[in-house]
Design a protein around this ligand. Structure first.
Ligand SMILES: [Zn+2]
Ligand SMILES: [Zn+2]
Length: 222
């Protein structure tokens, strides 16, 4: 689905997976396992062939963002990039803490079968430029959570650090976060960035006036 000129969203994929066309066409986040076909469909809808994709940028290493990364990379030959502090969760060297109780027990059993471990091609650092994007490290949801600023379209991809799922800006639920207080602190960095549009991992994108809305949101967190 086209969101604005040059930016598309894969349909039926949660968390959101975005396609950004331009000099170095990119996919931001790769949904759950078995979502590859839907993501590739969005690439084609954007007028590209899968081999045109140069970059896959992951906002963090949670399974709902990385699930089809290995498969999408294999289809596209793109370079897979993630912040260096989340890379070990993608390779399987580290595992996220599981929730307590029966849900955690179930996840422990099925996790080895659903996670396609993979090695990223590029390890990112705060402030670095990659393709047409600037890497903004905003730890808290995970250690290596990042936003990606696409300067040409003034668009900011924030992963899970801000959600619009309930129709307003919100932090991710505490139980999914490494450190919620740290997210609040990290998000202050967004004040200095020049963006009009906000693309979250969960919920609808905000097109136009997004910087003002983020500032108001940050003010309300104090
Ligand atoms: Zn998510
Ligand atoms: Zn997450």
């Amino acid at each position: 689905m086209k969101i604005i000129d040059g930016i598309f969203k894969a349909e039926g994929v949660v968390a959101n997976s975005y396609i950004v066309i331009g000099k170095d066409p990119a996919i931001i986040d790769c949904g759950m396992p078995r979502n590859a076909r839907k993501i590739i469909r969005a690439v084609e809808e954007a007028g590209l062939s899968p081999k045109d994709i140069r970059l896959i940028l992951l906002t963090h290493a949670h399974l709902d963002h990385t699930g089809s990364a290995k498969e999408v990379r294999a289809i596209t030959n793109a370079k897979l990039a993630i912040h260096e502090l989340d890379a070990a969760y993608l390779t399987g060297e580290k595992n996220f803490a599981l929730p307590k109780g029966i849900q955690g027990v179930m996840l422990r059993i099925i996790r080895p079968f659903i996670i396609a471990k993979t090695k990223p091609d590029l390890l990112l650092k705060d402030g670095e430029k990659i393709g047409e994007f600037k890497v903004v490290h905003i730890p808290g949801h995970t250690e290596g959570s990042c936003a990606y600023l696409h300067e040409r379209t003034k668009s900011l991809f924030v992963g899970d650090s801000i959600s619009t799922e309930q129709g307003f800006l919100a932090l991710p639920p505490e139980r999914y976060n490494l450190n919620t207080a740290l997210i609040k602190q990290s998000l202050q960095k967004l004040r200095a960035l020049n963006f009009d549009n906000l693309f979250p991992g969960h919920g609808e994108p905000i097109i136009g006036d997004a910087h003002k809305k983020v500032e108001e949101f940050l003010g309300s967190l104090a």
